[in-house]
Design a protein around this ligand. Structure first.
Ligand code: AMP
Ligand code: MG
Length: 391
């Protein structure tokens, strides 16, 4: 059996960064910026008022000083003159500060009568002016790779960048295998259950930027599996679920080999999720996951999500772990790394109950996995453990 990180290295070898496409800003949220971009303008492009008030000369801004109001500067409509001594310009937030002015006295500190104002409250030292370029200068670079947040989108818009180069969303073909499976909404026969893994994995992988395609369920015959694998050839990653161990009805490894897959089969020292198959099928990366629903989802979080991130050009890193205190004790762990369904609340973590790898109700209740090293001893409340959060 190989450790999880070794298995992950084998998977990263299959996860080359995908090609780049250009998308409009409206479609760029959550996508991964693939090439650095630079600001096409300076913001603000002129010294701008940050308040409603009167623009004047700071040296003249004494309490009780009087000024003649000679014009108005509003957002989008500057006053085009140059301010002389004893003069002020009515100004509003975001408006260009006129030549000759270097302070905005807020309107609350001023009393106006006709076209005269006097300063009736101490205006203080603040100039209430945003210098040109205080936010960013033309040419300021946003480095790639970077997953674009709503804040990034606003910044790119402000930089007048209407479209951005991003990694294409990797297409992941998800294949359930098994005579016992039907899709949600169908009428299962007496010995059948509903395929859940493909739906859960599609949701998980689309959440990190993949495009999932759920293919028809492959039956437990070589021809059915061959047919469905044939439908997956244009994907960037093929994921099969179930049929991956060595039971009589576990056909995935054999069929994939017949189709020319250069494959590796790993027994990974983890619980749940021991059997894992990986390789290339006619050049396309393929991963075979175990069928038990919680195993498949844990493998999705531990293996597939980092693979998608690598394909998106975000680098080859395992799923991030945080360290947290336990809020309930844990018994000792066996010889494999254990990913326990767990609940984080109030800064501490506890296991979420029964850990059988078929229990989706427990997985759905969980918001994290506690990661126990092999042979980890009994743990008490307050002991620190590694945690992988599930979103
Ligand atoms: P297998 O690896 O094919 O032996 O499957 C292990 C267990 O997971 C069996 O109980 C299967 O019924 C179940 N299973 C396999 N694939 C799925 C799936 N896509 N959705 C739900 N359960 C599945
Ligand atoms: Mg099966």
């Amino acid at each position: 059996m190989i450790p999880v990180l070794t298995a992950l290295d084998h998977l990263f070898a299959l996860a080359d960064p995908i090609d780049i496409e250009t998308v409009p800003l409206r479609a760029a949220a959550g996508r991964v910026l693939a090439q650095s971009v630079s600001a096409r303008r300076t913001q603000p492009p002129f010294p701008a008022s940050s308040m409603d008030g009167y623009a004047l000369k700071a040296v003249e801004a004494d309490l009780h000083a009087q000024f003649k109001v000679v014009g108005e500067s509003a957002a989008g409509h500057r006053w085009n003159g140059t301010l002389g001594p004893g003069q002020a310009v009515r100004i509003f937030t975001g408006a260009p500060v006129p030549e000759g002015a270097d302070k905005v006295v807020i309107q609350e500190d001023v009393t106006r009568s006709g076209n005269m104002i006097s300063i009736t409250d101490d205006p203080g030292p603040k100039d209430n002016i945003r210098p040109a370029g205080v936010d960013f200068e033309q040419g300021m670079v946003i480095d790639a790779p970077r997953r674009l947040s709503p804040g990034d989108i606003a910044l790119l818009a402000s930089m007048n960048i209407p479209e951005v180069p991003v990694r294409r969303a990797p297409v992941v073909a998800l294949i359930s295998t098994g005579d016992e499976l039907v899709v949600p909404g169908e009428d299962p026969g007496p010995d059948q259950i509903i395929a859940s893994n493909t739906f859960g994995l599609a949701a998980m992988l689309e959440g990190v930027g993949a495009r999932a395609r759920i293919l028809p369920i492959a039956r437990d015959t070589e021809s059915s599996l061959q047919t469905v694998l044939g439908l997956a050839q244009d994907a960037d990653l093929i994921v099969t679920i179930g049929g991956a161990s060595v039971g009589d009805h576990d056909l995935v490894a054999g069929v994939a080999a017949k189709l020319g897959m250069e494959q590796a089969f790993y027994k990974v020292a983890m619980r749940p999720g021991k059997p894992l198959m990986a390789g290339r099928l006619n050049g396309t990366a393929m991963v075979g996951l175990p069928g038990n629903p919680v195993s498949a989802m844990v493998c999705g979080a531990v293996f597939l999500t980092p693979m998608i991130n690598a394909m998106l050009g975000l680098g080859r890193a395992p799923a991030p772990r945080i360290v947290m205190p336990l809020s309930a004790p844990l018994g000792k762990n066996g010889p494999r790394e254990h990913y326990m369904r767990a609940i984080v609340s109030d800064g501490a973590v506890a296991d979420a109950g029964a850990q059988d790898s078929s229990l989706l109700s427990v997985l759905a209740r969980a918001n994290a996995l506690i990661i126990r090293p092999p042979h980890d001893p009994t743990r008490d409340v307050g002991d620190l453990v590694d945690v992988l959060t599930l979103s």
